[in-house]
Design a protein around this ligand. Sequence first.
Ligand code: HEC
Ligand code: HEC
Ligand code: HEC
Ligand code: HEC
Ligand code: HEC
Length: 469
Amino acid sequence: MADSTQQPKSRRNRAVIFVAGAFIVGLVLLIGISALLININTRKQEAVAPIVRVVDIQDGETDPAVWGQNYPREYSRFMLMEDDTVPTAYGGSQQYDKLARFPAMKRLWNGYAFAVDFNEERSHFYSLIDQKETERQVVVKQPGACANCHSGDAPNLIKSMGWEAFNKGPYEAITDTLHSAITCNDCHDPDTMALRVTRPAFANAMAERGIDLSKATRQEMRSYVCGQCHVEYYFEGDNKLLTFPWEKGLNIDNINEYYDEYGFKDWTHKETGAPMLKVQHPEFELYSTSIHNQSGVACADCHMPYIREGALKVSDHWIRSPLTNVANACQSCHKMDEAKLTERVVTIQTRTAKLLRETETAIIAAIDAINAAKAAGATDEDLKEAWDFQRKANLRWDFISSENSTGFHSPQEAARVLGDALNFARMGQISAERVTMKLTGQPGSDPLLQINTDAVIGTTPAEVEEEMK
Ligand code: HEC
Ligand code: HEC
Ligand code: HEC
Ligand code: HEC
Ligand code: HEC
């Protein structure tokens, strides 16, 4: 019995010693592992954002140089946006006259300020300079609302003047208070450096769609900050409130429906009298229909890719065409030759450009046919149907033409929209021809003479470059 009780007791003791030993070993391991984790974590943080606060940055600070004292790596890249010498086949940072390169635009926008002055855009560095200098400010008295997307001073002015007065007042009245181009404060909270939305029009439009910005993920914010400005917009009502037409959705059919319901027009076409709509830079909208967006890729992934600065990883604040930076912008995800990747982009763009040119020819044919019907004595009532087709076709052409990726952001959707535009243009032409026939017994013109027979403008980058010379 003694032995038998002795036995379990010593076994129990051994078990206790074993458990205690295991516990101590476990504890040591645990401490070791967590020390390692903490170490890795600090290193990770160091590698991503080594914050050395030299100055205390106030909310509303518009001078990037002040922010640059704390974040010199981002600031030095940011300042490279001053370079406006690098062109690409269809985009790039070099300013050029788009009306000269694509002369059809003058007739398509006849009667509107864009037919007077329209250039290939430059970088954020020039956002305020280019807005102050455009001829569109001369031919039309523009409202303060223009400054929403072109000046880092906008958030401060909205705070001091109020949302309505800021938008409504003439641009002239605030010109002298606008000093800063797009700046750090527009995208970052100075305390945490987290991305933030500073523009009310974007916040309002998202709220209208039932999207709670306070719940946005970090990856969503990497597109939302851009969606504050790279979007289609209009000025609503007498107060000229900057508004995005997104209530029914982001594609062009939703936007068309929205404007029709609202009874909106941007201008009256000078030749035909049609009530027209102008589209501007709908990057966020077109991109939202893409495979890249559906795969969770954000604007910043291609336009602000990570770069190495010594041992550190920073987001490239030299925002520009990814075609000037394919290695960082695309090869992080696509293990493909740089030249091949560039060729894929330019092939998509050239196909889109060809469709754009064909659509322009078709819309001009519709305009000519409407003009002929008017000359034959058509009334406004007679032309309603043709006008509506002109408006629909022009809106869709403009949606892809004014979008700055020349189709790359969503190639299939771009082709779909231009297919519809071509169809609407030809329907407008047929509609007007019928009116002329009814009034005169003769067709106004021979529609078949107005088909674009230009050769396909190159499907390789080399041919495109030749075309540009
Ligand atoms: C998958 C990569 C990718 C993503 C994501 C992306 N873009 Fe682009 N973007 C491009 C490419 C490629 C071009 C064509 C550049 C060219 O023609 O030189 C372009 C062109 C542009 C341009 C015109 C640049 C120029 O040089 O004229 C703007 C503006 C732009 N994108 C904004 C955006 C915005 C805003 C988003 C998010 C809503 C976005 N992009 C998402 C790849 C991307
Ligand atoms: C919702 C934001 C937003 C508003 C409001 C806005 N812009 Fe812009 N603007 C942009 C973006 C984004 C670009 C660059 C892309 C492009 O040029 O398509 C741009 C480009 C420009 C350019 C350079 C290219 C060109 O068109 O020649 C000028 C000039 C300009 N805007 C003037 C104006 C004027 C004038 C107003 C007021 C009627 C205005 N902007 C209102 C966002 C905006
Ligand atoms: C148009 C919007 C925009 C502007 C303007 C902007 N940033 Fe950023 N910044 C971003 C985005 C997007 C990221 C990536 C954030 C993320 O991935 O969470 C970023 C990241 C950062 C980070 C975190 C570390 C890194 O590099 O990823 C710092 C620091 C920073 N920016 C500093 C600045 C400074 C300084 C300026 C002005 C000189 C500036 N930013 C202007 C959009 C902007
Ligand atoms: C506060 C408004 C605003 C915000 C926010 C903004 N942009 Fe822009 N962006 C503009 C304007 C305005 C221009 C045209 C400036 C000009 O032509 O003078 C422009 C130009 C560009 C260009 C053309 C650069 C070139 O060299 O031709 C690209 C690319 C671009 N933006 C991408 C982005 C991306 C990506 C984001 C988000 C990370 C973003 N932008 C956020 C207003 C904005
Ligand atoms: C963050 C990752 C990421 C980056 C950066 C990226 N892509 Fe993609 N790309 C994808 C994913 C994911 C798909 C979808 C693949 C699929 O579903 O088969 C895709 C699809 C594509 C496609 C086919 C679909 C289409 O839209 O035509 C092309 C072409 C393409 N990428 C080119 C580029 C180019 C050029 C760049 C740089 C300007 C780039 N990508 C940058 C992830 C990325």
